[in-house]
Design a protein around this ligand. Sequence first.
Ligand SMILES: Nc1ncnc2c1ncn2[C@@H]1O[C@H](COP(=O)(O)OP(=O)(O)O)[C@@H](O)[C@H]1O
Ligand SMILES: CC(=O)N[C@@H](CCC(=O)OP(=O)(O)O)C(=O)O
Length: 248
Amino acid sequence: MKETIVIKIGGNASDQLPETFFTQLKDWWKQGKQILIIHGGGPQISQWSEKMHLSVKKIDGIRVTNSDTLDITKAVLLGMVQPKLCQFVNNAGLPVIGMNASDNHLLQGKYLNQEEYGEVGQVTNINKTWLNEQLQDQIGILAPLAQTADGHWLNVNADMAAATIAIQLGAESLVLLTDVPGVLNSGKVVPQLTETDANKLYQKDIIKSGMMPKIQASFKALKNGVNQTFITNDLGRPGTQFQYNTTV
Ligand SMILES: Nc1ncnc2c1ncn2[C@@H]1O[C@H](COP(=O)(O)OP(=O)(O)O)[C@@H](O)[C@H]1O
Ligand SMILES: CC(=O)N[C@@H](CCC(=O)OP(=O)(O)O)C(=O)O
């Protein structure tokens, strides 16, 4: 069985991928790793929502999504962000496939808390057999949207989607690629972070907003069988690596 690496690329990072991203991707591909990219697109969704005069509201990094925002989210992720990313990776000489929840029930989900967030969900199940088949000979690029059993679309935070998918695929590593070099404390990257230390940083309001779902996703993956989880802005550098609860 091939080793799987799941890379989540945030919306800020996906517009300006450095050369080291493609070099590392090619190295992993040559080494025979199975690679799945989950893409975000948060800033792009916010921009287009504003253009359409829709309000933009996030609670702890999770977008409050009504049915209009959901339409914008689908259009932006599947019509803009994903094809651009497929093009970048393909231009680097790698085979790609763009995918979404509606491909053979790929991502099934349920509402997170409809009263608080609206049309927002979490991934509950993936079509692992079909996904593994696709990843045999191409790099998968997948949007963070899920469908309920009755076919209703849900907006899913991309960090949380990536963690659940990495767990269900039995991935070796999860890398969250973003616009900061790791979790920052007083301007410096925290190289290794336990859950206890993360809670302390949260309580001091040092970890906030978009970093919160990343921390949650990283520990969820680590506790459920993913061996290594990182937050970085460069695939060539580990940034912050998450640790089980031992004091470092
Ligand atoms: N302690 C922290 N260290 C680094 N970034 C943080 C921290 N707390 C909050 N952030 C914010 O989290 C952002 C990354 O989250 P987000 O904007 O959602 O990125 P992405 O689009 O990659 O998911 C950073 O740009 C920064 O503004
Ligand atoms: C429910 C929810 O918050 N969904 C996210 C999905 C995109 C995302 O997570 O993009 P980034 O990784 O670029 O932040 C959103 O609407 O912004």
